[in-house]
Design a protein around this ligand. Sequence first.
Ligand SMILES: NC(=O)c1ccc[n+]([C@@H]2O[C@H](COP(=O)([O-])OP(=O)(O)OC[C@H]3O[C@@H](n4cnc5c(N)ncnc54)[C@H](O)[C@@H]3O)[C@@H](O)[C@H]2O)c1
Ligand SMILES: [Zn+2]
Length: 347
Amino acid sequence: MLLMKKQSLIRHFNNIEQLAAAIQLKKHSSVFVLADENTHRFCLPMLTNEINDFHVIKIKSGDANKNITTCQIIWQTLNDNHADRNSLLINLGGGMVCDAGGFAASVYKRGIDFIHIPTTLMAMCDAAIGGKNAINFEDFKNNIGCFQMPKQVLICTEFLKTLPERELKSGIAEIIKHAMLTNDKAILKQLRNNQLSDLDFKSLIKKSVQFKLSIIEKDFKDNSIRKQLNTGHTIGHAIESVFLNHSKNKLLHGEAVAIGLQLELLLSVIQYNFPISKANSIFEILDKWFHYQPLTDNQKTEIFKLLAADKKNNNNKINFTLFADLGKPKIDSYPKIEEIKNVLAAW
Ligand SMILES: NC(=O)c1ccc[n+]([C@@H]2O[C@H](COP(=O)([O-])OP(=O)(O)OC[C@H]3O[C@@H](n4cnc5c(N)ncnc54)[C@H](O)[C@@H]3O)[C@@H](O)[C@H]2O)c1
Ligand SMILES: [Zn+2]
């Protein structure tokens, strides 16, 4: 059991029966479970075997629906069912449901309690942890959002049984990111030498959660060391946005981050002499788990425009978290514009 800042409780369970028994329902006047199309089909039945007396809010799946329309559906259903300040929203899903549900709950009647029950690897090891809630708006990922902790985060890897393989692999990008930040050689070795079915997800998730919490306890609002966690995401989010808005090809968050980690590592080699042999070893691990989408010249131009408008920028300089070495992240790095363009062009 782990306590997050402002008393949010993170617990890991071996089965869903135990998880359901841990949901703190009693003090709430009414309970709502938010699920997308897939978690409604695959995960909700597992939970409803164990708890009852709640309203279900079903939303469309996919990051293109992490938007204000989805929030309106959530708020409308809460209103229609007379939710009050003591109501509870349980977000049952991946990062999309947790991010949108967390945001909708945080501002509904100035904030009601919410709980995350993450059902993807991405959400278990990253998105459900740390109290960042957001929706996409216009061309920008996570453009509108807030910092607000869930009351509980309840994790059980049984939910992963129905998750498609590509979605499972997407979460591995964040695990690689965490292992790079902590220079966790054991995790990198496990990811280098094993196939998907041989990975020890429970321990990988626990390590990621522990690391993310250790950062968030020191810097909840992204003013200093939490920026470490943005590594791979400056370029990753820009790529994701381009695919979100203009492409029929689906690109998952982790897949975009995997490209971002590679390109930002190249920038680290240029700016900080990051050891090339270690960069190659990370590229090998990423290449093992991800098959990349090619980027057209038009897409690269759009990516660059989005980079220039990134919410983390400072005085027209583009903000990155690069690395001097594994385990030695350099927050607030501002590589030269030409270098960023060269690295993108080389992809
Ligand atoms: N807030 C944060 O700190 C943070 C961190 C990382 C990522 N994110 C966000 O998380 C999102 C990506 O999360 P994600 O990868 O979980 O995507 P997702 O929530 O879209 O889920 C991926 C797909 O899997 C389906 N699904 C979910 N659980 C399932 C299950 N158990 N069985 C079968 N299908 C299931 C979903 O319906 C969806 O189609 C992005 O929006 C990203 O920006 C946020
Ligand atoms: Zn991410």
